[in-house]
Design a protein around this ligand. Sequence first.
Ligand code: SF4
Length: 257
Amino acid sequence: MKATTSSGSGASYALPVVPRLAARRTTYTELELSVYMGCPARYFYQIEEGLRGGRDNAAYPRFHRCVYTTIGWIELQRQSGQTVTTAAALEHLAEVWSQDGPLEHAFESYYRATAEGMVNAMMTAVYAENGRYAREEWSVPVGERRVTITPDRVVVTADGTVHVQRVRTGRKTKSEAEKPIYALLRQGAAAKYPGVQVNVETFYLATGEPVEVSEKNDAKLIEQYAVAIRGIEAGAFHPKTDARICPNCQCYFICGA
Ligand code: SF4
């Protein structure tokens, strides 16, 4: 098996590189680059080749989508001056669930109860918030390219502080704060709200708890996006295996890993 070298990180891989070049672009989404950082081959099949299905239709992503769609609806109602009750939010969840939820799954009732708990937690947070929502897409310069990102939540409180939140459905982990997305959110917020106090946070739906993510070595974290862009544009699409992730990947039988 031929070993190859990624021009991005300089690391060597024992598995073959997919021999295709991607078109250069001026803009990438954060999600695309995080897929590449997780596994370049997966990026190639999912983003360049447009391979979908598999895990997208699995129970967890469906549960996840229903929760996020409902949260988006709650904020939209609030933003347009409507009063939202917890009962109305749960009713909306039920509607979304009937269309996109994991209805046939053996653990459907578990997923549903968890989703309802999360919507309840978000409603508690929303009731306690005194401010306006300002969620929109940001375009953050990274080298000569731009990376777009829409924060999960942006809440501008009455004292003018901007809370930029990444919402997580899972448990609190130590590694969460080390992810490059937080550096990108900080950089985007600094450009959007110059001279304003900005708190970048993780909002854990399981507990309803916002946790501030303080600044790390942001230049180094942002560089990870630049490395990913260089890798994509150099056509470095090697499989990056992970015993925990690969079995759930829809590219499992085609990537050569
Ligand atoms: S199965 Fe693993 S190595 Fe193959 S594309 Fe998916 S994540 Fe990458």
